[in-house]
Write a protein that binds this ligand. Structure first.
Ligand code: MTE
Ligand code: MO
Length: 535
């Protein structure tokens, strides 16, 4: 046999340490974890999408998120909070898989116990999801068993390769002192496993996309004309400052905030709303009932309680739906009821004051958004839209249940997690141009943005430069008190660094509070300040 050169020997040393038995066992663990997830994903194509291990684990994690962490996640990642969660999960699973691989290699029984424990955690998180059937645990169960088998096969190869003293005696007897496996065949087996897992997972995704025709059904849905059309939008609602957000938010740009890792897919024909609780008459509504009802259309701006001062978790759309007032009329709430707990198919819930759903602000069960059926991620087939309240206490997407109850008796999803029980939207002025830390040329600079105080309306926006006097901005036309209102201000900018502040006044005469508050528990407040450099 040819002697390796001294250089080669030196190269081999660190290399061998890297790919030592521990590292290889960790790799076996990772491959086995990939098998668990991929097999569950593939078989999961025939079950509820929200029941696959990653989605169920992530959703369970979200449900245990304390308010400060939700606030942190949204402040840090905005609407990418879900991508961030998946990244965090990927790292955690990778580490756990490495540990389990090493444990299984050193002490097989302990490894099996670890894998079964993980499987149990996955199954528990699957079956405790809302509207998930016990049978939905099958993909995770089969995945766990498949992962265990693959782990055993790979670890056996390692035992053979390393002649590990702990190698079970039956195996040792079968191939006495024969290092049947080389490093190369181990890597090949692992590689094939991971590649096959990737193919199975992708196949599972494709298969579930093909099997679900909800997206297609949505495309072909014909929305009825409203009995009461939306009030005409006046000329001049758009801010004259170039670069300000469009007054009407296109569906694709509408912010999305929810706890749903996998967007619920509900067939409109299967959808049913149950109205119950403190009512004289329990009511059940089908989607056809909604199509046949007297629908209204109106522009309403939604806002998220997690929106920081100056943030973009707000949007304005034209909604089509049935007034919730009319639904409640059929159910006839009993005396003493003061709240409606609306629940989504995925378990999210919101507590909305009963009177808000009965007054003339036109709270609705919406089926249309900007002339289309609701996009899947905005609540298809039916969601709530309630002017004046933050989404977390009103805007339930994929809504399937309205319980007429009392604030004293029931707590909604975020209220259970430390957020407020009620959430009227706070008056807010947002500066959109120039952007924070922008460099602008000296001379005339257009400042502009959007302000909102839904159900009260905006009557004044003021701008302050470098702590000087407050100056009134020009308000764009107002479409209604439940939509946001844009504004602009022409500024003669002189070179140097400058601070621009803005504040709004609502139609009750109340000035937006200067007091800084975090989003938790009932919405951020304070005056936005933007630093710009004039050159
Ligand atoms: N089912 C469900 N509905 C939900 C939520 C949710 O997590 N799940 N989040 C609410 C919150 S916090 C907000 S701000 C709005 C956002 O609606 P959008 O995603 O259509 O903008 O939806 C509300 N409805
Ligand atoms: Mo929200």
């Amino acid at each position: 046999m040819k002697q390796p050169s001294p250089i080669k020997q030196r190269e081999q040393k660190p290399n061998r340490r890297l790919a030592g038995p521990t590292a290889l066992a960790a790799l076996a663990g990772v491959a086995a974890a990939a098998v668990v997830l991929a097999v569950a994903e593939l078989i999961g194509a025939f079950f509820t999408a929200r029941a696959t291990p990653l989605i169920a684990l992530g959703s369970t994690f979200i449900d245990f998120t304390p308010p400060w962490m939700k606030d942190f996640a949204i402040a840090t990642f905005g609407t990418n909070d879900k991508a961030a969660l998946f990244a965090g999960m990927a790292v955690t699973i990778l580490l756990l898989a490495c540990v389990l691989g090493i444990v299984a290699y050193r002490k097989w029984a302990l490894g099996v116990a670890g894998v079964l424990l993980m499987g149990a955690v996955i199954v528990a998180s699957v079956v405790t999801r809302a509207s998930v059937k016990p049978l939905d645990a099958i993909p995770s169960l089969i995945g766990t068993v498949a992962g265990l088998i693959v782990l055993r096969l790979l670890v056996t190869r390692l035992w053979r390769m390393q002649q590990w003293p702990d190698m079970p005696s039956d195996l040792a007897a079968k191939d006495p002192e024969r290092p049947a496996t080389t490093r190369r065949t181990f890597f090949a087996a692992t590689g094939v496993t991971v590649a096959a897992s990737a193919i199975a997972a992708t196949g599972g995704r494709l298969l579930s996309a093909v099997r679900s025709n909800v997206a297609q059904a949505r495309e072909s849905l014909q929305l009825p004309a409203p009995a009461k059309a939306a009030a005409a939008v006046p000329e001049g609602v758009q801010s004259t400052a170039p670069g300000v957000t469009p007054w009407l938010t296109p569906n694709k740009d509408f912010y999305r905030i929810d706890t749903a890792l996998s967007v619920p897919e509900i067939n409109a024909q299967d959808w049913e709303l149950r109205v119950h609780g403190l009512v004289e008459q329990e009511v059940r509504l089908t989607f056809q009932d909604l199509l046949d009802a007297k629908l209204i259309e109106s522009h309403v701006s939604l806002t998220c309680v997690s929106n920081p001062v100056g943030g973009n978790l707000a949007g304005n759309a034209k909604w089509l739906g049935m007034p919730i007032r009319d639904v409640l009329k059929m159910a006839r709430p009993k005396d003493g009821a003061d709240m409606v707990l609306s629940t989504s198919v995925d378990g999210f819930s919101a507590s909305t004051p009963l009177e808000v759903l009965q007054d003339d602000r036109d709270a609705m069960l919406a089926i249309g958004m900007n002339g289309e059926a609701l996009p899947l991620e905005h609540g298809y087939p039916v969601r709530m839209v309630v002017p004046g309240l933050y989404g977390f206490v009103s805007a339930t997407k994929w809504v399937v249940d309205l319980e007429v109850t009392r604030f004293a008796d029931s707590k909604a999803y975020w209220t259970q997690r430390g957020w407020a029980e009620r959430g009227p939207i706070k008056t807010m002025a947002r500066v959109e141009v120039p952007k924070s830390f922008a460099k602008v040329p000296a001379g005339r600079v257009a400042i502009g943005g959007t302000a909102w105080a839904q159900t009260r309306g905006i009557t004044k926006v003021e701008v302050q430069i470098d702590g000087g006097p407050w100056m009134e901005a020009a308000l764009s036309a107002e479409a209604s008190v439940v939509t946001w209102r844009q504004w602009s201000f022409d500024w003669e900018a002189t070179p140097g660094p400058h601070y621009i502040k803005a504040r709004a006044t609502d139609a009750t005469g109340e000035l937006q509070t200067e007091k800084r508050a975090d989003p938790v528990p009932d919405g951020a407040s304070g005056w936005q300040s933007v630093m710009v450099t004039v050159e």
